[in-house]
Design a protein around this ligand. Structure first.
Ligand SMILES: [Zn+2]
Length: 441
């Protein structure tokens, strides 16, 4: 009797377990992948999960720690694989807190403000939980530099060029046939361009992304605005299912449709960066602001096209062009900037030959050089006031006033009379009031 009861109990138990198991298995969350990216003043840790995970995030002080509790979740991936070397994290630990909660603790080097959000699957990733660890801003005691208005000669300011290496971190961009990522190639071209710009008189470069981490499309524009950029150059590499597609192309914003179906699809792909890289909702600027700003964009589209033309002309000298004219489409990263802004597709990463070329320092230098030449020629044509380029332009032309003589003008500019005459094809030394003289450099 006794044994029979035990057997019955056992069988009922077994039935119960079998009935409950599938439901239980379904409800268990798994962390089956983890990556991290460190940016200046922040780190991003991304957990791949089999479903949307319930979690709790909080901070503990002395020492500084960030704690993430994963509910009904198991972590099947070792967190030791995370490379925290150059990050603001000292150590990562994890342990089961009770039978269905796992606790992950980040020991921090500095105080941080964490944020977390989940992302639903897309064509690149499944469910993700993203933890961002933002370093708290230190209050600087530096006095704000006051601008003297003592009537002294104003210092000429540099024109600021924002160099935007596309993609980064969680968003690798296009992938080449041999496995090279767009994000890496474009960063190295961007760095070469940065160096060249820093060596130019009257120019300064601002790198939108300085390493392998993700910056949202709006975040990129914010950095450009904060640095008062005069120009925005986004650098990318193209991809296409047909591996024969090749050549560089330059794009500007369109406020209406795209200039071709290919341009429309390209913009769509580039605009997907935020979905792949992952952004918070509140990070998106309000729609209204961008609509209002769009109305003032017509002027900047014109200047962007002019810049694009110049860059395209230079790119033609170093390789094949994919499209002979500046193409246009709705690129979010180019919207509402209010400055000449272009997107350069440096070549097709999906074309084996171009993928190889894009990796070579020689070709990278050539591309950076072409972009620089285009930028230079643009600013020579349309120089923002108060800059070296504006000053240089002003020096170039001189309007003759009453009493001017060629010899005085020549000595004022420290050039010879002959040089002025030659440059202006003057037959004699006589000048007319209102006449414009070009002054040689
Ligand atoms: Zn891209």
């Amino acid at each position: 009797m006794h044994i029979k009861r035990i057997i019955i109990k056992f069988i009922t138990g077994l039935i119960f377990i079998c009935a409950v198991m599938p439901a239980f298995a379904d409800s268990t969350g798994y962390v089956n992948g983890v990556r991290m990216w460190s940016a200046p003043q922040s780190s991003r840790i991304v957990f791949d999960t089999n479903r949307s995970i319930k979690h709790r995030l909080f901070v503990l002080h002395n020492p500084e720690r960030v704690v993430v509790d994963f509910f009904d979740t198991r972590i099947t991936k070792s967190l030791n694989a995370l490379d925290i070397t150059n990050s603001n994290i000292k150590r990562v630990r994890s342990a089961a807190r009770n039978k269905d909660t796992v606790r992950v603790v980040f020991d921090m080097k500095v105080a941080v403000q964490p944020k977390s959000f989940t992302l639903s699957p897309n064509n690149k990733y499944g469910h993700r939980l993203v933890i961002d660890l933002f370093e708290k801003k230190k209050k600087s005691n530096k006095p704000v530099r006051s601008v003297s208005s003592s009537g002294k000669l104003k210092r000429l300011r540099d024109v600021v060029i924002a160099i935007d290496a596309g993609h980064g971190g969680e968003d690798p961009g296009a992938r080449g046939r041999s496995g090279k990522y767009e994000k890496d190639l474009v960063l190295s071209i961007a760095r070469r361009l940065e160096k060249k710009i820093q060596n130019q008189r009257g120019m300064r470069a601002v790198m939108i992304r300085k390493g392998d981490y993700f910056v949202s499309l709006n975040g990129r524009k914010k950095i450009a605005r904060k640095n008062k950029a005069d120009m925005f150059v986004s650098i990318h590499a193209d991809s296409f299912k047909n591996s024969k597609a090749r050549g560089a192309s330059v794009f500007a914003l369109s406020s209406r449709g795209a200039s071709s179906e290919a341009a429309r699809i390209l913009a769509q792909n580039e605009n997907a960066a935020d979905v792949i890289g992952g952004v918070y909702f509140d990070e998106n600027d309000s729609l209204l602001t961008s609509v209002l700003l769009d109305l003032t964009q017509t002027g900047t589209i014109e200047t962007s096209l002019s810049l694009g033309d110049k860059v395209l002309k230079e790119l033609k000298q170093v390789g094949k062009l994919h499209k002979p004219r500046v193409e246009r489409a709705r690129f979010v990263v180019l919207q509402s900037l209010g400055i000449p802004s272009i997107l350069v597709e440096t070549g097709f990463i999906t074309n084996r030959r171009e993928e190889r070329k894009l990796q070579s320092w020689r070709h990278q230098q050539a591309i950076a050089n072409s972009i620089l030449k285009g930028i230079n020629s643009y600013f020579t044509d349309q120089s923002p006031p108060g800059t070296f380029f504006a000053q240089r332009d002003r020096k170039k032309d001189y309007v003759i006033k009453r009493g001017d003589t060629l010899s005085v003008i020549a000595s004022n500019y420290n050039v010879t009379m002959d040089n002025i005459k030659r440059l202006n094809s003057l037959g004699s030394d006589s000048l007319k009031i209102g006449q414009i003289l070009r002054i040689p450099n």
